[in-house]
Design a protein around this ligand. Structure first.
Ligand code: NAP
Length: 319
């Protein structure tokens, strides 16, 4: 019997056709809107494989419904949308897309850091509002990255690619992981405690996975330990941060600014409390969004599904 694959967003024909050649494919025909939950559960009932996005909850209810499922291929390196215990109980292989998105996401993190340091969004808003009255010595004066201490929470692939980009900026690099990073020696980066990271850094980058241990790690107490001139950058996940505490920290000047690609509950609306704040740089979760990288991520998902359904080892199985 032909095996069935569910693809929860529209993908390019060049990728879709590779699946269609071998399998029966249901593809949700929208690139923008997520597949409604009810329809996802209906389609997954008799599916052998699924290509999912962060917007799909791959949870107990889904595994209960999907009796034939052999592999879930998640279009992301993070897999906090997936219940790994239930996957194991149900003998379903989970794959992700590590490494192919590393450089692109590190570039976005770097963009956020420079944008925040040099008040780019605030300056652009002023100009577009017609409020630019002319040059003055401290007009829109920001802060330098050159020579500063950069603290990385989660010195994995992306954290290290970000740190590599600091070559030429003469920065001191410190990081906090649970264990020593294999990248640390090359980067001359020093492992410190979480509190030391907060206390010493001029820029703190969160690039860790979202787990029970890291959820809401950046709270009132954490922001309280940071320097008043520090910038907080998050490309990890929104739920690393207690957003009300971050808002208060930025508003009261406990820290200087924040630059965020991710939010606790996405997408956010224009009523979100962060919207309009001058010292907040906000992006709609575009960390890995270059065309080439998205192509590579989708291709890796296709290859993982094909391998598993053809009885071979997946290329990037989540441990
Ligand atoms: P990775 O190579 O697995 O690196 C993760 C790092 O986090 C490791 O160095 C790990 O070190 C550290 N870590 C894990 N748990 C920790 C904890 N409890 N405390 C401190 N450090 C911890 O992953 P990656 O490819 O760099 O991706 C990292 C995350 O970035 C992803 O999980 C995803 O959430 C996020 N991401 C976001 C975007 C975006 O679009 N914004 C794009 C890609 C990825 P130890 O194991 O030694 O602790």
């Amino acid at each position: 019997m032909t095996k069935k694959v569910v693809v929860t967003r529209q993908i390019k024909d060049e990728h879709l056709n590779q699946l269609k050649e071998k399998f029966e494919v249901f593809m949700w025909d929208s690139a923008g809107d997520p597949l409604p939950r009810e329809q996802f559960l209906e389609e997954i009932k008799d599916a052998d494989a699924a290509m999912t996005m962060l917007s799909e909850k791959v949870d107990a209810e889904m595994f209960e419904t999907a009796k034939n499922l052999k592999v879930v291929s998640n279009l992301a390196v993070g897999y906090d949308n997936i219940d790994l215990e239930k996957a194991e109980e149900n003998d379903v292989i989970i794959t992700n897309t590590p490494e192919v998105l590393t450089e692109t996401t590190a570039e976005l993190a770097f963009t956020l850091m420079l944008t925040s340091a040099r008040r780019v969004i605030e300056a652009n808003r002023e100009l577009e509002a017609g409020d630019w009255t002319g040059w003055s010595p401290y007009h829109m004066a920001g802060t330098d990255v050159f020579g500063k201490t950069i603290g990385i929470f989660g010195m994995g692939s992306i954290g290290a690619a970000f740190a590599r980009r600091l070559k030429g900026f003469d920065c001191k690099i410190i990081y906090h992981n649970r264990s020593e990073s294999k990248y640390a020696a090359d980067l001359d980066a020093e492992l410190v405690s979480f509190d030391e990271l907060l206390e010493q850094s001029d820029f703190v980058l969160c690039a860790a996975p979202l787990t029970d241990e890291t959820k809401y790690k950046f709270d009132k107490s954490a922001f309280g330990k940071m320097k008043p001139e520090a910038h907080f950058i998050n490309i990890g996940r929104g739920a690393h941060v207690v957003e009300a505490d971050l808002k208060e920290a930025v508003e009261t000047g406990e820290i200087a600014a924040a630059a965020l690609d991710v939010f606790d509950g996405e997408p956010i609306s224009k009523d979100h409390p962060f919207i309009g704040m001058d010292n907040m740089t906000l992006l709609p979760h575009i960390g890995s969004a270059s065309v080439a990288t998205r192509d590579n991520m989708v291709q890796l998902c296709v290859d993982n599904i094909t391998n598993v359904l053809e009885g071979k080892k997946p290329l990037t199985q989540v441990k």
